[in-house]
Design a binder for this molecule. Structure first.
Ligand SMILES: Cc1cc2nc3c(=O)[nH]c(=O)nc-3n(C[C@H](O)[C@H](O)[C@H](O)COP(=O)(O)OP(=O)(O)OC[C@H]3O[C@@H](n4cnc5c(N)ncnc54)[C@H](O)[C@@H]3O)c2cc1C
Ligand code: SF4
Ligand code: SF4
Ligand code: SF4
Length: 417
């Protein structure tokens, strides 16, 4: 019997799943078991649409349809959680199994805190995530940097720091660092992302740490909850999944890779945030960029933190209707409502028709607020800062300013109790 904290290698014996799976097919095999045993009513996963640049979310009810969801799509920059809220009634009456990247898992928690998703009805299998690449950027990168027609590519993967493509007539890898220096590669929010192994999901699955004869053929699984342990055991008992204890050396390597990814995330944060400038320069930059906004409201539509029926940005008292360039208040409203809980999923930046670096602006604020208040979004059910004020903490914060007003010394980090 497995338990929370176990680290395993897992692989399926199901030939159809094996054929399409990224690694050992553990994710898809466990979903098959979950659907067949009615542990979930449906599985929400991702499948290839017209080509590998086209990641399509699908709700699967028939286990026979599951193999088509196997495999990782690195151009799948979509976010699953808000779709569950919008189109599946927040899983109120349906048990849904969802494959989640780190940002998806974080978004589920943020929506659950705001009572938009019933987390009791959600089972999450997490996949480690080193980053995703926007489809349009990927196509351009393959044409420009690889000299390959993007239409001829039939597989892509990110392995050992390289973005590798297989195409008619060969395969080619270029280091992600080199691509990113040249302005391609992973989305900018992914470069800053530090949610590499989603341990707030029920299981966390990945490639990192699988060494020896099982390399490339097994999935590394970390059991993160009792719910996850029960699913894994059930799948093994049914015979759709085989497991063995992870190689201790592999475990060590996995820890090192995760540590290196954190460092890289920090490097990009420093790089991106410093480029915003300081003081009035930063304000000017943000105001200039956001003045291109056409008020399409798409950033609000996709943000997992935005849950209001009517957004304050539509209130004529705050943002004059029918006026472009948009009043800066539009963006100030978003910053004040979201910055404490932004999970850096990048959706607001990716959908923006005016190509405003929305996620960058929000993330830069979130990181400072996290330092200040110690609140980490998306990892557990701890309430958002403004929804839970504690007298003792408030007193301490005022005390730490060494003053009786909140005018000075505010930007000293509050010591953790
Ligand atoms: C964008 C991305 C980046 C990744 N980077 C790393 C990494 O750096 N290191 C590492 O160890 N592992 C990484 N993984 C995880 C790894 O590729 C495998 O998905 C995982 O190990 C499970 O393997 P499997 O054979 O058991 O999964 P499979 O049985 O093949 O199932 C894969 C599951 O992932 C879902 N999926 C595919 N694309 C997406 C997507 N874009 N968003 C959400 N769900 C998706 C599928 O629908 C399916 O449910 C990444 C995965 C993705 C999607
Ligand atoms: S934000 Fe993080 S978890 Fe999400 S796709 Fe990018 S790297 Fe992966
Ligand atoms: S503000 Fe942007 S990056 Fe942050 S959670 Fe919302 S959509 Fe994601
Ligand atoms: S998505 Fe871009 S253009 Fe549309 S409202 Fe948001 S910031 Fe403005």
């Amino acid at each position: 019997m497995s338990k929370k904290g176990d680290m395993l290698y897992a692989w399926t014996n199901d030939a159809e799943i094996q054929k399409k799976a990224e690694l050992g097919g553990a994710v898809t095999a466990i979903w098959k078991y979950a659907l067949e045993s009615k542990a979930v009513d449906a599985v929400f996963a991702v499948t290839k649409g017209v080509d590998l640049y086209d990641a399509v979310p699908v709700l699967i009810r028939d286990p026979k349809d599951l193999p088509k969801t196997a495999g990782s799509l690195h151009c799948g920059t979509l976010l699953m959680a808000k779709l569950v809220k919008k189109y599946m009634d927040g899983a109120r009456d349906m048990k849904i199994g969802v494959t989640v990247k780190g940002c998806d898992a974080m978004a589920f928690y943020e929506l659950a805190k705001r009572k938009q998703i019933n987390l009791d009805n959600i089972v999450m299998i997490g996949v480690n995530c080193g980053g995703s690449v926007s489809p349009v950027v990927a196509r351009k990168m393959i044409a420009d940097k690889y000299g390959v027609d993007p239409e001829t590519v039939h597989k892509e993967e990110i392995d050992k720091g390289q973005f590798i493509i297989e195409y008619e007539g060969g395969h080619k890898g270029i280091s992600v660092d080199e691509l990113e220096e040249a302005g391609y590669g992973r989305r900018s929010n992914c470069r800053r992302c530090k949610m590499k192994i989603p341990r707030q999901a029920d299981l966390a699955c990945g490639n990192w740490g699988v060494i020896g004869p099982k390399a490339g053929k097994a999935t590394f699984v970390e059991v993160c909850s009792e719910k996850g342990a029960a699913l894994l055991d059930g799948a093994v008992k049914k015979g759709v999944l085989a497991t063995e204890a992870a190689n201790p050396k592999g475990l060590e390597i996995r820890g090192k890779v995760e540590g290196a990814m954190f460092k890289l995330g920090d490097k990009w944060r420093k790089h991106d945030f410093e480029a915003l400038g300081e003081g009035k320069d930063r304000l000017k930059k943000i105001m200039t960029e956001t003045s291109r906004c056409i008020k399409c409201y798409q950033c609000i539509e996709v943000c997992p933190i935005c849950y209001c029926v009517d957004c304050t940005t539509k209130n004529p008292t705050f943002v004059p209707p029918g006026e472009l360039p948009v009043n800066f208040m539009f963006h100030l409203i978003r910053y004040s409502h979201i910055a404490d809980s932004c999970v850096n999923c990048g959706q607001c930046e990716e959908v923006c028709a005016a190509e405003i670096p929305n996620a960058l602006f929000m993330h830069a604020q979130q990181v400072e607020l996290e330092k200040m208040f110690g609140h980490i979004p998306g990892v557990d059910m701890e309430l958002p800062l403004m929804a839970y004020a504690e007298e003792k903490e408030e007193r301490q914060r005022l005390h730490n300013t060494g003053s009786d007003m909140i005018y000075e010394n505010v930007f000293n980090p509050v010591p953790k109790k």
